[in-house]
Design a protein around this ligand. Sequence first.
Ligand SMILES: [Zn+2]
Length: 448
Amino acid sequence: MDFDAHTPDQVPGSTDTDTELDETVRLARDLIRMDTTNYGGGTSKGETVAAEYVAAYLRGLGLEPELIDSEPGRTSVIARVAGRDSSRGALVVHGHLDVVPADPRNWTVDPFGGVIADGMLWGRGAVDMKNMDAMILTAVADILRSGERPARDLILAFFADEENGGVLGSHYLVDTRPDLFAGATEAISEVGGYSITLGGKRAYLVQTGEKALLWVKLIARGPAAHGSRVVRDNAITRLAEAVAAVGRQDWPIRLTNTTTALLDEVARILGVDSQKVGPDELALATGTASGFIQASLRTTTNPTVLTAGYKHNVVPDTAEALVDIRSLPGEEDAVLAAVQELVGPDIEIEVMHRDVGLENDFSGPLIDAVISTLATHDPGAEVLPYLLSAGTDNKALSKLGITGYGFAPLLLPPELDFPAMFHGVDERVPLDALVFGRRVLTDLLRTY
Ligand SMILES: [Zn+2]
């Protein structure tokens, strides 16, 4: 399918013949079929096609979206929706349009094919986060098409470049166009709101905080030499030792308010004593969410890229490694110092990108509205706070004093390991979960 054929006055989502599919599914599928791969380091396939598609849909709702390019091809879209009561703080409802790369050899289906099979929509972005992009669009459509207004002003934002720390997306917009977010006090977006199964009971995890991120480069330098010589300070050998030390480091558990509250709730639901069962054990009991939750209990330092050498018989003078460090909120500088200690003084550490951690209380009117909306749509389910081990565009919005949460509501079957599919292979989301999310979001935006 050729998406370049879309012109602004076509109504996206209506070109499909599969009219039996929910509109949310059709929009998410269209977006998946637009390859918006973000390779990092400022390189991407470009988000413009997806941004124009979103903008055309918003125009079809009578809104006036603004398209902003940080660089050619790196397009974000922002639109305001007037609420019934503009004196309340505006809510930013945001998604990102880019996705991480997908190697088709590892996938069961074409990652950019938008395949529908087994009652699910498959493809890169089905989980992160073209699903939520489509849910936002159709939820707002449901409200406006019925002649209603959201309770408060909404700022709909679809950012470029989230998968590279938001440099050319949310951070660019917050830094250069803060006017776009005037009056905003809170935000909701991705990586929260999905259901897990705890002791046979369904529970929704609402993201109320994010770890900080430090993307660093380790650099070892030594003499360039012939590969046959005795080279005791070989840069690659020294870098390898540093990488092993950082990668193997077992960071201690440190509970924050959010993780303490979560583990107490998990213990209550499972009927165990949180004083007797350790944090890791409790995290493991969360099943599919345990990967996210265990990582929220401690700092993590994962080597992710190695670069050194150019010829089998030449010792290079430099060796470099990229390390993805995620510290608990507020511990960034202490962790950087600890990493320098681990690798020793001869390894240079260059901070390539850093961003703050966030932690909000699991209370207040927005949390109350989230809990009561979920209670309407899934009575009896639990709603729990959690600290995201990764980051979202909420970090950039926090620079404007906007309090961000992760709430992309999805009712998921217990056997689906949803958290594992973020940046994983065979991303897929049940079609009925998308419909559920559309309805929950519609109600939330209509009433909050
Ligand atoms: Zn994402």
